[in-house]
Design a protein around this ligand. Structure first.
Ligand code: NAD
Length: 504
């Protein structure tokens, strides 16, 4: 008999004995300790008896890591009830713990994620974990109060319960960590399905988080994760009735899958952020910001500068400034050689007009790797490759997620705005302008309708690094919630006191 069978058998026997001691059979539903008396948990509306004693017993000692997605949902629901008991102080403690752990483990986990995914840059992976300190917590949830002749009304931000979360390959641990901070600050528990190419590091981090939470607060399985993640486990999470909300961070495929699930979903979808340079502002600053943003983590950020449109008279100056700030310019034939390797056309797709797919082997790779493919040797320390292309070039049209940035000449601001809008594909994600002309800024902002619109800064200024504001790695572009924060993961509930309690 295998060890797994023995473990399952032992669990079932223990559950059966515990069930009989309690006067109920092990398979009959029993209430959780946190929801001892009511048949329905008033906080989430879930039947309190949903957690069977055998499922509870099976979740013991897992530290949040589950092979079975449904089991993870049950355990997370139990944790959610425990968190409700722990109150706001409990949530605050969890938020502090996640932030402290991410800061302390930034280098170790940055290396772990890079070793597993082989995409991006270690220095930026470390920064993304240290930066969790800037994610908003419990303090973000200020209730909205009304006071008038008819008394007092309070609108409060209440939790959903269990949230199913899908994380990308591009920032696996950072997305999971900031999701936990936002979701738990709002009183929820979570079940994660990570990217199959980036899940091992996420499992390590989740286990550590859960151990720390249990040690400090006695709550088990507050941030569960499925190991290994599959499409089946995604479907199980999406279908599980204990999961009240989905939060997906990724490309078009997962957004479509989440929308089709029938469950309410917060969708942080793809982008292809354009930059417009009109020559009215400092070109050197524009170049510095563009190199910083596009080179960040080898251009893995969804908000990262992916193509530049510059007014013709300023093209040469901007190219020179980009080179000064660490970019290396490819010539036409090098760009075409790189493009041939960077995009693949899967057979059978597109019937005569095949749709290109970014070659995963080059996503997030260092500039040296891309340069080698392009057939050129570049100086050590090069941050980014750049090159002139047309507006309809594949590098402009596709979200390449690698450190090659196409730069396109345009004749007017109007042409630049139209080209930017086309390249952005209506994702309404992010866009940048370098300009001191308010009319140009306004025209681009109105035309593109992006969630983030940054003027005279790098894309990272949109997430609080060099600009005002808070940070998060899930930017709900598709469904419109914007940069995720604790309020994103709440239900608004109104409490009305008629004619009384107003003190004047
Ligand atoms: P991806 O779409 O390949 O994967 C994202 C997640 O979705 C993974 O966990 C993956 O396993 C899952 N997934 C993919 N297709 C699925 C399907 N049909 N059903 C269920 N699950 C599915 O993306 P990626 O390469 O990991 O990440 C890069 C993409 O994510 C880019 O498009 C980028 O712009 C986007 N992104 C967006 C944000 C944002 O906040 N808006 C943040 C990070 C990344």
């Amino acid at each position: 008999m295998s060890a797994t069978v023995n473990e399952t058998l032992i669990r079932d026997v223990v559950a059966e004995v515990l069930g009989r001691l309690g006067g109920v059979s092990a398979t009959a539903p029993v209430t959780t300790p946190a929801a001892a008396s009511p048949a329905v948990n008033p906080a989430c509306g879930c039947p309190a008896g949903k957690t069977t004693s055998s499922a509870k017993a099976a979740s013991r000692g897992k530290c949040g890591v589950f092979a079975d997605a449904n089991e993870a949902c049950v355990a997370a629901h139990e944790a959610y009830l425990q968190l409700s008991e722990a109150g706001v102080a409990g949530r605050r403690k969890v938020v502090e713990l996640i932030k402290e752990i991410c800061y302390a483990k930034a280098e170790e986990w940055g290396r772990l994620e890079l070793a597993e995914t082989r995409i991006g840059r270690l220095d930026h992976k470390i920064e993304k974990l240290q930066g969790q300190r800037g994610i908003p917590g419990v303090e973000f949830l200020n209730p909205y109060g009304l006071s008038g002749d008819h008394g007092i009304t309070l609108e409060e931000y209440a939790p959903f319960g269990v949230i199913g979360a899908i994380t990308p390959s591009t920032h696996s641990i950072p997305t999971m960590a900031c999701n936990i901070i936002s979701m738990v600050a709002a009183g929820n528990a979570a079940v994660f399905n990570a990217h199959p190419g980036a899940y091992k590091c996420a499992v390590t981090a989740a286990r550590y988080f859960n151990q720390a939470i249990q040690h400090e607060l006695g709550i088990e399985n507050l941030a569960c994760i499925v190991e290994p993640p599959t499409l089946e486990s995604f479907n199980a999470i999406a279908k599980n009735e204990l999961v009240k909300l989905l939060c997906v961070t990724g490309g078009p495929g997962v957004v479509q899958a989440a929308m089709a699930s029938g469950k309410r979903a917060v969708c942080a979808g793809p982008g292809n952020p354009p930059v417009l340079v009109d020559g009215t502002s400092c070109l050197d600053n524009a170049a510095k910001c563009i190199v910083f943003g596009a080179a960040y983590d080898n251009n893995l950020l969804c908000i990262g500068e992916k193509e530049v449109f510059v007014l013709e008279p300023y093209f040469d100056k901007l190219m020179a400034a980009l080179e000064k700030h660490g970019a290396f310019r490819l010539n036409n034939s090098q760009i075409e050689t790189l493009a041939k390797a960077a995009f693949v056309f899967p057979p059978g797709q597109g019937a005569g007009c095949p749709h290109p797919v970014v070659n995963r082997d080059l996503i997030g790779k260092d500039p040296e790797v891309l340069a080698k493919v392009a057939g050129v040797t570049i100086p050590r320390g090069t941050q980014l490759l750049i090159g002139e292309t047309t507006a309809d070039h594949i590098f402009v049209e596709e979200e390449q997620m690698m450190p090659f940035l196409p730069v396109v000449r345009v004749k007017s601001v109007a042409e630049g705005v139209v080209a930017s809008k086309k390249a952005e594909h209506g994702y309404k994600h992010s866009a940048m302008i370098h300009s001191h002309d308010v009319a140009n800024m306004t025209a681009m902002g109105k035309a593109l309708e992006t969630t983030l619109f940054i003027k005279n800064g790098s894309c990272l200024a949109g997430l609080g690094s060099g600009g005002e504001g808070y940070s998060n790695f899930s930017i709900a572009t598709t469904t419109g919630e914007g940069i995720c924060n604790p309020r994103t993961f709440t239900r608004v509930r109104r409490c009305v006191m008629v004619d009384k309690l107003r003190i004047f």
